[in-house]
Design a protein around this ligand. Sequence first.
Ligand code: AG3
Length: 281
Amino acid sequence: MANNYLETLYAGWGQQFVMDEILFEAQTEHQHLVIFNNAQWGRVMALDGVIQTTEKDEFVYHEMMVHVPLLSHGSAQSVLIIGGGDGGILREVLKHPTVKQVTQVEIDQQVIDLCKEYLPNHSAGAYENPRANIVIGDGVEFVNQTQQKFDIIISDSTDPMGPGEVLFTSRFYQGIASCLNEGGIFVAQNGVSFLQTQEVITTAKRLAPLFDQASFYTAAVPTYVGGIMTFAWATNQLAHKNVALATLEARYQAANLQTRFYTPSLHQASFALPQYIMEAL
Ligand code: AG3
């Protein structure tokens, strides 16, 4: 009989998957990692008891985390990715012809190696792209030490526990502020807002003193259960949040993007927040 995988992110409730086949399971240097096959979602990767990505719905998250900041900016040349070991963010970033150089700082080499092997469609060759520069290391140290500056910084972390915890601290956000180019944009996964409301409040409080604008946008990612996923957004260029639809459409066309979730209209709509989040902020 097949084993079941029960997500342990929340006390008292969690989604469950039938593991038709376990492709890889191990305790890496940093976290517990499992990749399995499921009839509904295809290959699934989980870290420390939390579903990170599935073949079927990864495009929702990766497109929204990449195309919203990149097309809001319009001429981003340099991008920094923190985390994102499965390669989905890197793959989407490299679709942008304006981007000359992408640096990715991932703490766990094994996540990259295993995802290349068992989730090959996530990175889809992106790690071999000459525009990509991969650093194995600590994201907090990197942003506080680098002399480089970036137009876009994307934090594709786990939830704020285990290795991901430091990627929600003021020290990390200070480093981000110091290595973001003028007019640059920072985005970060910020959990499922209905269940992780405190995370949204804490992030807003920590980003506010460092940027002229700290805000959020959302998307419903099916396997991040519990409602809408919240993405933190921070910039000193206020106009980036209100780019005209025609401009977004022109940039989308110019980049020749083929997307399955992202559209310029959805981009604009994603900044509309439910009242319970507005009140919490
Ligand atoms: N990293 C973010 C997973 C967040 C899951 N959290 C949750 N369900 N509340 C995904 C990595 C994909 N590249």
